[in-house]
Write a protein that binds this ligand. Structure first.
Ligand SMILES: *Cc1c(COP(=O)(O)O)cnc(C)c1O
Ligand code: SF4
Length: 350
């Protein structure tokens, strides 16, 4: 056994973690309802709401932005299991957006013209209770163990694909080395021109935006776009704003998507504050999603008519570029469906 010697004293070298800080944060994230309740100062649940097959997970960095002792906190509600998840509600099922039909290789979805979406991993830095992929069969479908070779081959075989989206799960839960390996493979496919990263990590774990990651992607021949996911202005604390700033300063366009969520962001003040804060951070509001009707998420749904009202109110308060496109995903459609604001006067008819 190798040891280091200091003078005549044999001192075993202390274990020095070589992995970056963010990996430690992921490993020590909160992973049970009991732990989460204790962390935010709530009494233990009598018998626990039960997280079903979708375990609780949230980073301590994200949970620290919750109001201590407040069961109604809008960040907490996104991650704390609710007894209503067990309700069987008609219309809410396991594949609400038709992903099974769009799968062209394990871990590869090709739904929209020109864009292929790689399920880079099943892991996330947070488990959002309303997630449409909460029922996704990651285990059978991930191509990760094959080093993404089947996905890469399928993209290479279709020269109509000029944009690859890395999604998941969250691609930023992969190490810089694993991501770089995947990006390098995509870079070898001549017809791919753009790379998009769909990630919530800059929000839930800001330290994940490392200089080495930014440098690697800046050196890419691909045009790199980021799409982050934030639903409430309280998610955007100083550390998050600084991680987003590193991406923007790195020269990348950064867009945000939100999900319209009951009792979390379904009021004009919250949405206006969220989108103002994003604009201040030079992040462009992209989509406001109508909830995908996944089993267990019905209690998060906001009626579409309310969504229309909210968008109309945002238009009165924010610059045009600060108002996200209100969309829903309909299985089989060639794009996300823009929900036209029916509360506004009809367009002039001929
Ligand atoms: C949402 C989505 C995209 C991206 O759609 P954009 O409208 O270009 O943002 C691509 N592929 C799949 C499977 C999607 O669900
Ligand atoms: S981070 Fe995204 S993919 Fe992961 S649970 Fe949340 S919404 Fe779903």
């Amino acid at each position: 056994m190798k040891q280091d010697f200091v003078g005549s004293l044999a001192i075993p070298r202390p274990f020095v973690p070589t992995s970056p800080k963010w990996q430690h944060s992921l490993r020590t994230a909160i992973r049970s309802e009991a732990e989460l309740r204790e962390f935010v100062g709530l009494p233990p649940h009598a018998d626990g709401a039960g997280s079903g097959d979708f375990p609780v997970m949230v980073t301590r960095e994200f949970a620290a932005r919750m109001q201590h002792g407040d069961a109604r906190d809008p960040l907490l509600r996104q991650v704390l299991p609710d007894a209503r998840e067990q309700d069987d509600v008609t219309g809410f099922d396991s594949d609400p957006v038709g992903e099974d039909a769009a799968r062209i290789a394990p871990g590869l979805l090709h739904k929209y013209h020109g864009r292929a979406l790689v399920i880079a991993t099943g892991a996330c830095g947070i488990h959002c209770r309303y997630c449409f992929r909460r029922e996704y069969p990651y285990i059978e479908t991930s191509d990760r163990s094959q080093k993404y070779d089947r996905s890469i081959a399928a993209i290479a075989a279709d020269d109509s694909i000029d944009e690859v989206i890395l999604s998941g799960g969250d691609p930023l839960t992969l190490t810089d080395d694993a991501l770089s390996m995947l990006v390098s493979k995509i870079e070898t496919i001549a017809h791919v021109r753009r790379l998009r990263l769909h990630t919530r990590m800059p929000i839930v774990l800001p330290s994940r935006v490392t200089d080495s990651l930014v440098d690697r992607l800046r050196r890419s021949r691909l045009a790199v776009w980021w799409v982050v996911h934030t639903n409430h202005p309280k998610e955007l604390d100083e550390s998050t704003l600084s991680s987003l700033g590193r991406l923007v300063d790195g020269g990348f366009p950064v867009l945000n998507q939100s999900v319209l969520l009951h009792s979390i962001n379904d009021d004009a003040d919250t949405l206006a504050a969220l989108n103002r804060r994003l604009m201040d951070a030079r992040v462009m509001p992209y989509y406001l999603h109508q909830l995908d009707r996944v089993r267990g998420a019905a209690h998060f749904e906001v009626p579409e008519s309310r969504g229309h009202e909210l968008i109309a109110q945002l238009r009165e308060r924010l610059p045009g570029y600060g108002v996200p496109r209100y969309v829903r995903e309909i299985a089989g459609e060639p794009s996300k469906t823009l929900l036209v604001d029916r509360s506004m006067p009809a367009e002039t008819s001929p």
